[in-house]
Design a protein around this ligand. Structure first.
Ligand code: SF4
Length: 277
């Protein structure tokens, strides 16, 4: 069986940075290292970190002492204030690309734009954007929602970093007819975009795609969607153990890609499992 592995598969710089900061924190601390929600969206990595002493908590009321690591997806401004007020040590592992989205939204709001985020309203990255929790920054999750958007004077637009350019462009095209002024910031992450393009290219050349990564990872799910949309049979798996022998019957050429939070050892495990078929 021929295997085509995407050169963009696996850890992006934001995830590598978050893990490096976490490992450095662990080396310096003597226990009590926490993240509010998972550091990244990969259950296997989170389990590994837990074994090393990094505990995932859901709120500040669960922490009294120690170090709080701000996860790569960011935290809401309100929660950030609570963390500051707690007086605990903070390690900021929020991805700089996510911070850029937050900054642009604040800027657009100050300038009086009606701010629209194209993304998933319950995703932690989107929840970390100023005004989302309060409801005065609007999330658009579908073409239908964009079509129903009211007429307003000025719209400022950003995207969740893991959206596709094509979809973002489509929404921008619709909103253009809803306003006198539309300001669009391209906030889709470079690493995500490169991975989406390379995965699509591979999906077009193979009979089956395996997309490896957390089922809770937005960018992995998006990759799976892109591969499936290309017409290729696609499976989203977290580890090699999920590969079903019947999927591989008669397959001569298979593609593998992985989300930005998928560690190399899991990708290597998938490649190794296919090599023995
Ligand atoms: S996918 Fe992009 S935005 Fe998300 S953590 Fe990685 S580098 Fe940052």
């Amino acid at each position: 069986m021929e295997i085509l592995l995407s050169k963009e598969a696996g850890f992006c710089f934001g995830v590598k940075r978050a893990l490096k900061l976490t490992n450095q924190t662990l080396e310096k601390s003597n226990g009590n290292v926490y993240t509010l929600g998972p550091l990244i969206h990969n259950p296997q990595v989170i389990e590994d970190l837990k074994n090393k002493g990094v505990l995932v908590v859901q709120g500040m009321d669960e922490i009294t002492t120690g170090v709080v690591i701000l996860r790569s997806h960011g935290v809401s401004p309100k929660l950030y204030q609570q963390i500051l007020d707690s007086g605990l040590d903070i390690v900021d592992a929020v991805c700089p690309n996510v911070k850029r989205v937050q900054k642009l939204v604040s800027q657009l709001k100050q300038e009086g734009y009606t701010v629209v985020v194209v993304g998933e309203k319950n995703h932690p990255e989107v929840m970390s954007i100023p005004g989302i929790v309060e409801g005065d920054t609007i999330v658009i999750e579908s073409i239908e929602q964009a079509e129903k958007f009211p007429q307003v004077e000025r719209i400022g637009m950003v995207a969740q970093t893991t959206q596709t350019c094509e979809y973002f462009r489509k929404i921008a095209g619709i909103l253009l007819h809803k306003t006198f002024e539309l300001r669009v910031y391209h906030t889709i992450c470079d690493a995500v975009e490169r991975s989406q393009q390379d995965s699509y290219k591979i999906a077009k050349q193979v009979e089956m795609m395996l997309v490896v990564g957390g089922k809770n990872s937005a960018n992995t799910s998006r990759l799976a969607q892109i591969c499936a949309d290309s017409g290729c049979v696609t499976y989203h798996i977290e580890t090699a153990s999920e590969i079903q022998p019947e999927w591989l019957k008669g397959i001569k050429k298979i593609g593998i890609t992985a989300g930005a939070s998928t560690p190399p050892w899991i990708i290597e495990g998938v490649v190794a499992a296919l090599q023995v078929v």
